[in-house]
Design a binder for this molecule. Sequence first.
Ligand code: NAP
Length: 302
Amino acid sequence: MYKRVALIGLGLIASSMFWAMKRASLADEITGYARSSETRDVAREIGLCDRVCDSASEAVEGADLIVLCVPIGAMDAVTREISRFLKPGAVVTDVGSVKRAVINAVEPHLPDGVHFIPGHPLAGTEQSGPRSGFAELFDNRWCLLTPNGAEATEIKKLRTFWEALGSKVDEMDADHHDLVLAVTSHTPHLIAYTMVGVADDLSRVTDTEVVNFSAAGFRDFTRIAASDPTMWRDVFLNNKDATLEILGRFTEELFALQRAIRQGDGDHLHDHFSRTRAIRRGIIEAGQDTDVPNFGRNPVRK
Ligand code: NAP
């Protein structure tokens, strides 16, 4: 497959990719780079990457596959930094949660002869940093590629790579990806952030009550709302149109439910909840409801 892989950014996704690559014995050498010396020190201490480099250019030199694992807002600067050092024929991919903005940020800086295939593993936790990764993160999860005109043989190779990490792989257009993710991930995160903020602001309910009587719905919201602030700031700034569109529809539905509650319209509420229950059943049948199997505590080490 790829002999040398470079991971740029060493957080949750990169470290999980590293452990998953080790589990599958992919690549002869995996190099890594993170901008802070603290993260690089942790990576060296826990054996994350075969070689941790002090510059991004050093990490990518001679690499066959380069994976950009930094927040979306950092993709442009990172690509500028590495572009001169990419070897002809190398494949650059990324794991960003938004695709059109990443294409716009990365593609203009890549030299001729380097292949760019954007990607997004639909797998994550609310944890971040080099210690949070684990080999099973991608197992049975989708990884979406938005190839943007890349060569078929290179796409096939990257597909095989993600499958070896445990993923199921699909391809779609970048704009469609951003709309789908606005529905399935971005707007739900915004709602969780909002609800946890509401509980925090509500002076009639004490903090202790929120913590002690945290029931399933709210507890799930708090887990989601604990996700990395930088990553999610960048998601909303870079998937503005799709998120605003879905948020508009959400608000309309919310007002309809609000009216049904005020008017005592039980039929409306029951119909709505029956429809949503069927969606949940569909997710279970598709095997996409499993929680994180091994919450970053026990990476597969070689
Ligand atoms: P993370 O654990 O917070 O790690 C981010 C890494 O990027 C760190 O190594 C950090 O370096 C580096 N970084 C941060 N800001 C940077 C900057 N301005 N310039 C250069 N490097 C920078 O993040 P993650 O969860 O792995 O997310 C990485 C990417 O994966 C994001 O694009 C995100 O959209 C995508 N993604 C995340 C999830 C998820 O659930 N977390 C799921 C799918 C895709 P330092 O440690 O030195 O600060």
